[in-house]
Design a binder for this molecule. Structure first.
Ligand SMILES: *Cc1c(COP(=O)(O)O)cnc(C)c1O
Length: 394
């Protein structure tokens, strides 16, 4: 099997598995319990908190554990919105191609009387700090802009946006789920007030994530109950998952540069190879993109058929994001960068990690052109294009 869907989830690494199993065997107490077993679990939790904080340049008090990236995104946005509303600020700035955990939360806030402004992301899939500066108003409560896009891999100018927000005293949240463990993060230097990350995107376990909140930015609890996480997130802490997350993040951060160098070579070979397919187009920024991300549109095919045929050959890939597959709507990300509906349906995302090999790339570069040609051959629409009855879009 060739796994090329690391943006959807990653295989857990040995470091994380070992940390988790050790924790499940030995440190399984409730961290709120006062006897030794509980206190050892508490120590494991706090040790992990400190190590995770170090990886992103935060202090341990600024780290709240959540059930993953989606919860962290929800809580970040809700907290900033509530804080803003108390001060009469109900304007929120974001982008048109955020993850649904962001966009759907913003939609809810719109229903609750907030005004949401989604900045256009242009054909390369980015926004500039200038666009953000222009959009900020007296009543802006929050700017929430992702660090890197999960579908097309473009990396956003987070440091510049952070500087603008800090200068204008607006809270800045970034969904860094695709960035954590893959790109350098320094919340202080980058003027980030709120940041979300998720362990299963960097070889850690699923169902655990972090919401970083700069000291002085109060969080609203989404889950009421006990006083865990200093009252910001009730519920007995998932100590083993937290330990696995810390181990995975440390491992990813320790090998970040070498992994990125290795993976981006594979990525660029894939991009060069797939570009040879006629009537295809790379989605996203060719240069400023995540080391493992490849995303193409192929005119005249359905993404779903392509995925099924790739699966037959043992290749795991994705069309759009995992969250939208299963729905037949074209990707909102591809529409946001200006791809027409018709070609947005024919997209392929391959997302690599350091475990992928040159042989994987060879196999993908053999399979994709064959399958694309096969599907096009069966397509009446494609035949109309070839015969000139219909126009090519790409
Ligand atoms: C995966 C992902 C999320 C959701 O994280 P979960 O831990 O799966 O809830 C949010 N944002 C981005 C950009 C993602 O890639």
């Amino acid at each position: 099997m060739i796994y090329a869907d690391n943006a959807a989830t990653t295989q857990m690494g040995e470091a994380a598995i070992n940390a988790m199993t050790a924790c499940m065997r030995d440190t399984w107490g409730n961290p709120s319990s006062l006897y030794g077993l509980g206190q050892r679990a508490k120590e494991a939790l706090e040790d992990a908190r400190e190590r995770i904080a170090t990886c992103i340049g935060a202090s341990p008090k600024e780290i709240t554990f959540t059930s993953g990236g989606s919860e962290a995104d929800n809580q970040a946005i809700r907290s900033a919105a509530l804080l803003g509303a108390r001060r009469g600020k109900r304007h929120i700035i974001s982008t048109a191609f955020e993850h649904h955990a962001i966009l759907h939360t913003l939609k809810r806030l719109e229903d609750e009387g907030f005004e949401v402004e989604l900045l256009p992301v242009g054909p390369l899939g980015t926004v500039t700090a200038h666009q953000v500066a222009e959009a900020i108003r007296e009543d802006t409560a929050l700017v929430t802009i992702m660090y890197a896009n999960n579908e097309i891999g473009s990396i956003l100018p987070v440091s510049e946006i952070g500087a603008v927000c800090r200068e204008r005293r607006v809270i800045f949240h970034t969904d860094a789920v695709q960035a954590a463990g893959h790109l350098p993060i320094d919340v202080r230097a980058q003027n980030i007030d709120l940041l979300s990350l998720s362990a299963h995107k960097f070889h850690g376990p699923k169902g655990i994530g972090v919401l970083y909140a700069r000291q002085g930015v109060p969080l609203t609890s989404l889950i009421e109950g006990g006083a865990q996480e200093r009252g910001k997130r009730a519920g007995t802490e998932n100590v083993s998952a937290v330990a696995g997350m810390a181990a995975a993040l440390e491992e990813s951060c320790a090998h970040m540069a070498e992994n990125a160098a290795k993976v981006s070579v594979l990525r660029d070979r894939l991009i060069a190879g797939l570009s040879q397919i006629p009537h295809s187009a790379l989605n996203g920024d060719p240069v400023n993109r995540l080391p493992g991300n490849v995303n193409f549109c192929f005119e005249g095919i359905e993404g779903e058929s392509l995925l099924l045929l790739l699966d037959d050959r043992g290749i795991c890939a994705s069309s759009g994001s995992a969250c939208t597959s299963g729905s037949l709507d074209p990707s909102h990300v591809l529409l946001a960068i200006g791809r027409p509906h018709e070609v947005a349906h024919g997209s392929l995302r391959l997302s690599l990690c350091e475990e992928n090999t040159e042989a994987d790339v060879d196999a993908i570069l053999k399979a994709v052109p064959e399958i694309v040609a096969y599907l096009r051959n069966m397509s009446p629409l494609w035949k109309d294009k070839v015969s000139g009855k219909k126009e090519f879009v790409l």
